[in-house]
Design a protein around this ligand. Structure first.
Ligand code: ADP
Ligand code: ZN
Ligand code: ZN
Length: 745
């Protein structure tokens, strides 16, 4: 019998939960291909995939019918060791195809099969012929360049940029005659000498000591009030990591990666700090990836997807504002960067530091259960005092753009005293609703509303435009009511635009600056606006973009308005998010020597959440909330997954979910029988309409799975998913699975 040939099992970026078998490319003489990228024929296309395994063909397949790999793209595996194993774990955990997980994890150029980019620098030098010819050259750019190269021997391109304008055309001219050549040189890290930080206080020092004492993988929750000097603790821990010759990875929320933050890291560490964010060009992202894979780069500060960076010499992972919602990816591969960072830290055997003034209930629970070390910073660092917080009851008060006379007076007093005020409102646009005062008509999104659940369009541009914040539909606001023809159309309620308008009219002697997605489309726009705003008396109006990342030294009053909706939201995480937001926004006040004040304007001053938060702080709130989650069987005391489906007809979405439910029930029951227990602990709720039952023209429904143990949830999904993927109902809908959903929306 002939020995059966080896096949390569390849992960491809296609939405099918399996690997694909191919024959090795003709004449492949390379080593173990696992972790190498390959180009393969797939249907009528060619795809780039990664060899996940090798082995004998599946029994019953005819090897002659298998297609052959067209080309092996990496002589040495691109992914190997910890990162490859962690990504395999992520595919299992999210129940997503490995090929799609890899496509999410890799920078674009690598995903598309481009070679690992060079990370060395380029320099120029004279050839022997060039040195001989130099004295005879006429005056001009090539002569000037020759002289420079003669004088310095070899010059890297960065230096040339400084020394000679438009040196590149001169270099090309010299190279053409064989007088100069371009050579690869090791990239030298240009970074200023590190600046010393302030001496640490006792709490900070104790935290740093615990981190440095961590023997290897250790989860550490750095639970410190806003302004307590958590970043200083990170910086010391990273400096120690660098001194040991190791790399550090810092994850920050989307709004936290400001030039101010980066400048602080750069000034203090004395090595290049690589920023990774969604605005980075693909090529730059790939180069950073390569530099970390080769162990050349030392420190990365990045948003969610930076968690996929290879670490050749890992020393420490830091997650700043670990509670932040932006660490969870909401589409595609729905991973949580904090949770994946923990998995990686464990596999890499390095400490992982989770910092927050308002830790997630998951992390607090892990700290309480002894799974994380709990490091507390209870006082603000340096001179800053904690802000005073006051609830302002606005029941029966006349409101102007949602602001009460008392609040306006308080702002005015602050301005007169030379301070700055921030009015925080988490709703952008001019007004949330456009209403006809004659007949009651309101403007709804035609693509999102259902007869039972209308979705109002937000009024923008001072009343001239309507926009749906769920699907993006825009249209001009009507001049007259489409129902009754009346002209009494009114904007109801207030968003940041309207508040800005009202404050600017009232405080015309002071600058009023609005900060939200509408005013800060470009990456550095926020920085520029705040720099212009300066520290002179004035008012800022903003959404949660202002909750983090910018120290405003003269901000002494924070007014929080329009939070009442959040007090009554049905989502199980809404209260936690609201409490975190209130504490974080309040933490903006009084960051420097001047004391700060926070005013919460509400119609529900007696609400139990506000009372707990004000009297006992975030931790008192968290204790109450954890008890309620436990009683109700919600995370972190249960584990959830959400299967969502959407289709043009709701029947199709429901049919798919009903099928998924049957499969899950069936496999869960089988497993229970196998384990000799009466019934599975997996609970399945649904199909039910999604909280937004229609969006962008699609009807949406969902299935909520929950189990007290992770194991049960994953076992049921593992067993049922192949049938769910293959079912005919699946082809008629768009569906997705979200393990550990951020909310049930
Ligand atoms: P957090 O990250 O907890 O919000 P930061 O590390 O940004 O806090 O510190 C808040 C402010 O206090 C910063 O201006 C920082 O420079 C300052 N600071 C931090 N630690 C100290 C210290 N030990 N002594 C004096 N000032 C400090
Ligand atoms: Zn009308
Ligand atoms: Zn819409």
């Amino acid at each position: 019998m002939l020995p059966s040939p080896t096949v390569w099992r390849i992960a491809l970026p296609v939405p099918l939960p399996r690997l694909f078998d191919y024959l090795p490319p003709a004449g492949d003489a390379g080593g173990d291909p696992v972790g190498a990228r390959v180009r393969v024929p797939f249907g009528r296309r060619e795809l780039v995939g990664l060899v996940a395994a090798t082995g004998a063909p599946e029994p019953g397949t005819d090897p002659a019918a298998l297609k052959q790999v067209l080309a092996r793209l990496d002589p040495e595996p691109l992914l190997h060791g910890e990162l490859l194993e962690s990504l395999r774990w992520l595919a299992r955990y999210t129940h997503a195809p490995l090929g799609e997980v890899l496509a999410t994890a890799l920078p674009g150029p690598l995903r598309h099969g481009e070679p690992l980019p060079d990370t060395h620098a380029w320099a120029w030098r004279l050839t022997e012929a060039g040195a001989t010819a130099r004295p005879g050259l006429r005056a001009g750019k090539p002569r000037r360049l020759s002289d420079l190269l003669d004088e310095h021997g070899e010059l890297d391109e960065d230096r040339l940029d400084d020394l000679l304008e438009d040196w590149r055309s001169a270099a090309r001219a010299l190279a053409k005659r064989g007088h100069a050549e371009r050579v690869a040189v090791p990239a030298v890290a240009h970074a200023p000498a590190p600046q010393p930080g302030p001496p640490l206080n006792d709490e900070q020092q104790a935290a740093v000591d615990s981190i440095l004492a961590a023997p290897g993988f250790t989860g550490l929750l750095l639970d410190g009030v806003t302004g307590s000097g958590k970043t200083e603790v990170y910086l010391r821990a990273i400096a120690d990591c660098l001194a040991r010759g190791k790399q550090a990875l810092v994850l920050v929320p989307e709004i936290g990666l400001t030039p101010q933050t980066l400048a602080r890291f750069r000034a203090r560490l004395g090595v290049p700090v690589h920023a990774l964010h969604s605005g980075l060009a693909d090529g730059e992202r790939a180069r950073t990836w390569a530099a970390f894979a080769r162990g050349e780069a030392r420190v990365a500060v990045g948003t969610r997807s930076a968690v996929f960076l290879p670490l050749a010499e890992p020393g420490l992972i830091v997650i700043d504002e670990e509670h932040d919602g932006s660490f969870k990816q909401l589409d595609g591969i729905r991973y949580h960067a904090r949770d994946f960072a923990l998995v990686r830290a464990k596999a890499l055997d390095v400490p992982v530091l989770l910092g927050s003034a308002t830790p997630s209930l998951e992390s607090l629970r892990n700290a309480q259960a002894g799974r994380y070390g709990h490091l507390r910073l209870l006082r603000r660092a340096g001179q800053a005092q904690p802000p005073r917080v006051r609830v302002l009851d606005v029941r029966k008060r006349p409101l102007q753009a949602g602001l009460s006379p008392e609040l306006l007076e308080r702002i005015h007093a602050e301005l007169r005293a030379g301070g700055q005020a921030l009015v925080f409102k988490n709703r952008r646009g001019y007004a949330p609703v456009l209403l006809c005062h004659d007949c009651g008509w309101t403007a709804h999104c035609p693509r999102c509303s259902t007869p039972l659940k209308p979705t109002p369009m937000t009024v923008h541009a001072g009343g001239r435009r309507l926009q749906c914040h769920h699907c993006g539909t825009r249209r001009p606001a009507p001049d007259a009511c489409p129902d009754c023809g009346g002209l009494a159309l009114q904007s109801q309620g207030a968003g940041t635009e309207r508040i800005e308008e009202s404050l600017a009219a009232r405080f015309s002697d002071f600058p009023v600056l609005r900060i939200d997605r509408g005013t800060t489309q470009k990456r550095d726009a926020l920085e520029k606006l705040l720099a212009e705003f300066g520290t002179a008396p004035g008012v800022l109006v903003g959404t949660q973009m202002l909750a983090k990342g910018h120290d405003l030294a003269n901000l002494t009053l924070v007014a929080v308005v329009g939070i009442d909706e959040g007090l009554f939201s049905a989502d199980f995480r809404a209260r936690e998010k609201l409490a975190q937001l209130l504490i974080q926004v309040a933490g903006r006040a009084g960051r420097a020597e001047k004391p700060g004040e926070v005013v919460l304007q509400t119609h529900h001053p007696e609400h139990e959440l506000l009372i707990t938060l004000l009297s006992g702080g975030y931790h008192a709130f968290a204790e109450v909330e954890l008890a309620q989650r436990e009683a109700a069987g919600f995370p972190p005391f249960a584990h959830m997954a959400l299967i969502r489906a959407e289709a043009q007809q709701v029947e199709l979405a429901n049919a798919f979910l009903a099928m998924a439910r049957r499969e899950l029930q069936h496999t869960a029951a089988q497993r229970a029988r196998h384990d000799g227990i009466e019934r599975s602990a997996l609970e399945i709720n649904g199909p039910v309409p999604a909280p937004m039952p229609r969006r962008a023209g699609y009807l949406r429904a969902q299935l909520i799975l929950s189990a007290p143990q992770r194991r049960e949830l994953h076992a049921a999904l593992d067993a049922a998913l192949p049938a769910i993927y293959a079912a005919p109902e699946a082809r008629k809908v768009r569906w997705s699975l979200d393990v550990d959903p951020a909310d049930l929306y």
